[in-house]
Design a protein. Structure first.
Length: 385
C-alpha cells in the first residue's frame, strides 16, 4: 500500500505520496492542502484510497479560492515576477478578485461566474488597462491551478472573453501633452543646471527614454566615442527612500540609442561637474555611478522627477509631465521623416503597432503628405504631356 506524508511550508500544508515507478525510477506526487493540517490529513487519506482503488492520481481541491490566490501569490508571483508587478498583482487580488471569488471553493468557480464578472468589468468605471490586468491575473492563477498545482481539472477562464470596451483610445497631441520647442525653452529657462531635474529633462528630450530608465542611467552605459547610450536598467521607486534598479520588462527595453553632439556636450559637462563636486563635498560626497544626481551625487529618484515636473506645469500653465518629453521626442522625429521602425527601437516598444497607435496623429499627417507627393507626380506628368 502507498504511504504518504505531510509537510508545512510558508504557512501552508502539503500532502504527498509515492505512485508507481516509471523506467525503474521512483515517483512522488505532492499537492497543496491549504492552511489546515487536519484538512491535509483528510485529503491525504482520500487521495491514497482513490489511488489504491483505481491506480489514478486524484484531483482534489477543497481549498477556498482566497486560500489558493494567497498560495499562488506567495509561491509563484513573489518568486518569479518583478517587485513592481508583485505590488500590482497583490492590489488586484486584494481589491478585486478575492472580494469577488474568495468565499467559494476553487473547484466551484466556473466559466459562467468568471464571464459574468468580466462583463461587469466592461460596464464599470475602471480603465481598460486595469481590467486587462485583472483578466491576466485570473487566467494565470487558474491556469496554474490546473498545472502544475493540479487542484482543479479544468481551467474555468480558458473560454472567457473580455467584452467590447467603450474607451476612447485615440491619441491626440493634447492627450499626450506634446510640447513645442518654444515651450521646451520655457521649461529650461526656469530649470537651471543645478536643479535635480535638469539632467533628466535633457536626456528624456534628446532620447525619448522613460523616467525609470533615465533615473537608472549610469556612466558605464554612455559611449562618448560611438555616441550611444545603452539602456539596460530601470529604477523603480517603492517609497520615499525605497528604490531598486531592475532590468527592462521586455527584451525590446534593452537597446542602444544613438545620440547627437547636443546631448554629448551636456553629458560631458555633467561628468566634469560631478568631479568638481566630489572635491567640494569631500567625505560627505555620495559615491555612485549615476548620471542624474543631486549636488552631493545622490541619485535623483523617479518620484522627485514627477514632483518637479508637476511644479513646472503649475508655473508655466500649459499641460506638461515628464512623459511629455518622450512623446515630444517621438513626434518630432516622425514629423521630420524618421522611419517608424527606428522610432520604435529608440522608444523600446516591443511591437511596432504600439508606436503606430500612439502616434497616429503623426501617421495621419504622413499619409496626407504621401498623397500630396503622388498628386504632385500626377500633375507633373500631365504638364509634361
Amino acid at each position: 500500500m502507498a504511504r504518504g506524508s505531510i509537510r508545512k511550508k510558508d504557512g501552508y500544508y502539503y500532502y504527498s505520496f509515492e505512485i508507481g515507478r516509471k523506467d525503474g525510477k521512483r515517483r512522488r506526487i505532492e499537492r497543496s492542502a491549504g492552511a489546515s493540517k487536519q484538512t491535509a490529513e483528510k485529503l491525504l487519506r482520500q487521495a491514497l484510497s482513490e489511488y489504491e482503488s483505481g491506480d489514478q492520481v486524484p484531483v482534489e481541491s477543497n481549498m477556498s479560492t482566497e486560500e489558493y490566490f494567497r498560495f499562488w501569490y506567495e509561491n509563484y508571483v513573489v518568486t518569479n515576477l518583478k517587485e513592481n508587478t508583485q505590488k500590482n498583482y497583490l492590489g488586484i487580488l486584494d481589491n478585486h478578485l478575492i472580494p469577488k471569488f474568495g468565499i467559494y471553493k476553487i473547484k466551484s468557480v466556473n466559466l459562467a461566474m468568471i464571464q459574468a464578472y468580466l462583463n461587469q468589468l466592461g460596464e464599470s468605471s475602471l480603465s481598460k488597462h486595469t481590467c486587462e490586468i485583472i483578466q491576466t491575473v485570473l487566467r494565470k492563477a487558474f491556469k496554474m491551478a490546473v498545472f502544475p498545482y493540479q487542484l482543479i481539472k479544468q481551467n474555468p477562464t480558458i473560454y472567457t472573453q473580455f467584452p467590447q470596451y467603450n474607451e476612447d483610445r485615440t491619441y491626440t497631441r493634447e492627450k499626450l501633452k506634446i510640447i513645442s520647442m518654444d515651450q521646451f525653452e520655457q521649461i529650461l529657462a526656469i530649470t537651471p543646471k543645478a536643479n535635480p531635474v535638469y539632467m533628466p529633462i535633457q536626456i528624456a528630450f534628446n532620447t525619448g527614454m522613460r523616467r525609470g530608465e533615465v533615473c537608472g542611467l549610469q556612466w558605464d552605459c554612455v559611449n562618448f566615442d560611438k555616441q550611444t547610450i545603452q539602456v539596460k536598467r530601470n529604477m523603480q521607486q517603492y517609497g520615499k527612500a525605497d528604490w531598486k534598479l531592475e532590468t527592462p520588462k521586455t527584451q525590446a527595453g534593452y537597446r542602444k540609442i544613438v545620440i547627437g553632439p547636443t546631448l554629448i556636450n551636456i553629458l560631458k559637462e555633467q561628468k566634469k561637474h560631478q568631479m568638481e563636486q566630489r572635491f567640494r563635498y569631500g567625505e560627505f560626497y555620495y559615491e555612485s555611478n549615476f548620471i542624474c544626481t543631486k549636488e552631493n551625487r545622490k541619485p535623483v529618484l523617479p518620484n522627485s522627477v514627477k514632483y518637479y515636473c508637476a511644479e513646472i506645469q503649475k508655473k508655466l500653465g500649459f499641460p506638461f509631465s515628464f512623459h511629455s518629453l518622450r512623446h515630444t521626442h517621438a513626434t518630432m522625429l516622425l514629423e521630420n521623416g524618421a522611419k517608424m521602425k527606428e522610432v520604435q527601437h529608440r522608444l523600446g516598444h516591443a511591437k511596432i503597432t504600439t508606436t503606430m497607435d500612439t502616434y497616429s496623429h503623426v501617421t495621419r499627417k504622413m499619409q496626407n503628405q504621401t498623397v500630396n507627393i503622388f498628386e504632385k507626380m500626377l500633375k507633373q506628368s500631365k504638364d509634361e504631356g
